[in-house]
Design a protein around this ligand. Structure first.
Ligand code: NAD
Ligand code: WQD
Length: 338
């Protein structure tokens, strides 16, 4: 298929691009590089023989997007581009609604003009908020507790209405749990700007000496070791889920959400222990009070994706931490080192 990939230079987008090209799909990457480096795309070229082109553009630029879509004539769109920091979303709500929601409107207009009715959207488990029950299934109420999550929930609503408005339109809403790890080659991985907000990129920078110690946000949660539990998913498994979703798009009418996780809950302390094994030494940590807005435990029921997308996570915790360390130790400054 010909796939327009917004945000294709980002962490998840670049890994997905490698899988897409490996399966014989062709791609047009649209990215403003607001939170990524063109070097990520050089690495994609290095790792694959597939064909893709790049358009440096902001997704809110409807005219540019429409021209690009009219020229490329995509069969489907995978929409990764967006802002993703929970903390920053509280401080910059206008930017988050503008990029994540207005940007999605602009993209849909470009798709309409190009006659493309199929889209896969990067949603997040954060749309669920506090669990009524665990694991989360796709019928769990949507009650986001932060601005970032609100923008994702509203974009899901928008895509659902859009997909339902005309015959032949389909939207797959992939609710990612916690993506971690890196490409098996050690050539691609997560490269956050500034101080990482998320556990694994922060931990990786402790291991390279860029940060002093991991700060564990609370060890008084009602979990076996008191630290928060999450469903970590290897970024390559997540990338594979997008390729699987492309097939499903061909037979789907309307919108459908899918949880993408392993179903396995892992605590912060368990993740730290696993990463210590990969690095070969015990990394320093301090216990701090809970981070406001954090939830004790999140875990996916991914059985819908298992059955309907014919997709199952292949990689476990050791693959996640080993691939992360292979990437970070070879590229301590991320893509900054050339
Ligand atoms: P990322 O920041 O690495 O990738 C996002 C990409 O979008 C970047 O290349 C960035 O330059 C681009 N971008 C941002 N604003 C843009 C704009 N206005 N116009 C064009 N391009 C723009 O993030 P990621 O981790 O790869 O996440 C990809 C998607 O998945 C995002 O929508 C994110 O909200 C969602 N998601 C991420 C996680 C996670 O933990 N990483 C979890 C759930 C959902
Ligand atoms: C994981 C666990 C923390 C950092 C967020 C978004 C979610 C999705 C993924 C985009 C928690 C603990 C963390 C640290 C710590 N992103 N932690 N010290 O909060 O589950 O999810 O990122 O869509 O939407 O909400 O991920 O990696 O920040 O935290 O102790 O320095 O690690 O308290 O228990 P989170 P995370």
């Amino acid at each position: 298929m010909r796939v327009l990939v917004t945000g294709g230079a980002g962490y998840i987008g670049s890994h997905t691009l490698v899988e897409l090209l490996g399966q014989g799909h062709e791609a047009l990457v649209v990215d403003s590089f607001a939170n990524s480096s063109p070097k990520a795309l050089d690495r994609v070229r290095e790792l694959t023989n597939g064909w893709f082109e790049t358009e440096e553009a902001d997704i809110r630029d409807t005219a540019r997007l429409t021209a690009a879509a009219a020229r490329f004539r995509p069969d489907a769109v995978i929409h990764f581009a967006g802002l993703k920091s929970v903390g920053e979303s509280a401080r910059r709500p206008t930017d988050y609604y503008d990029v994540n929601l207005a940007g999605t409107v602009a993209l849909l207009r470009a798709m309409e003009a190009a006659g493309c009715g199929r889209i896969i959207f990067s949603s997040s488990a954060t749309v669920y908020g506090e669990p009524d029950y665990l694991p989360f299934d796709e019928s769990h109420p949507i009650r986001p507790t932060n601005t970032y999550g609100q923008t994702k929930a509203m974009a899901e609503r928008l895509l659902t209405d859009w997909a339902g408005a005309e015959e032949g339109r389909a939207a797959i809403l992939l609710r990612y749990f916690n993506p971690v790890g890196a490409h098996a080659s050690g050539r691609m991985g997560e490269d956050p700007r500034g101080v990482p907000e998320n556990l694994m990129p922060f931990l990786a920078q402790v291991a390279t000496g860029r940060r002093d110690a991991l700060r564990i946000w609370g060890d008084d949660y009602p979990t076996p070791d008191g630290t928060g539990i999450r469903d970590y998913i290897h970024v390559t498994d997540l990338a594979r889920a997008h390729v699987a979703a492309l097939d499903r798009l061909l037979t789907l009418d309307g919108a459908r959400p899918y949880n993408i996780g392993t179903g396995q809950g892992i605590s912060v302390k368990e993740m730290l222990a696993a990463f210590n094994r990969a690095v070969g030494r015990d990394l320093p940590f301090e216990v701090h009070p809970r981070r406001p807005g954090d939830i004790a435990e999140m875990r996916a029921d991914a059985s819908r994706a298992n059955h309907e997308l014919d997709w199952t996570a292949r990689y476990g915790v050791d693959d996640m931490v080993q691939s992360l360390w292979a990437w970070q130790s070879a590229n301590p400054q991320g893509y900054g080192e050339g």
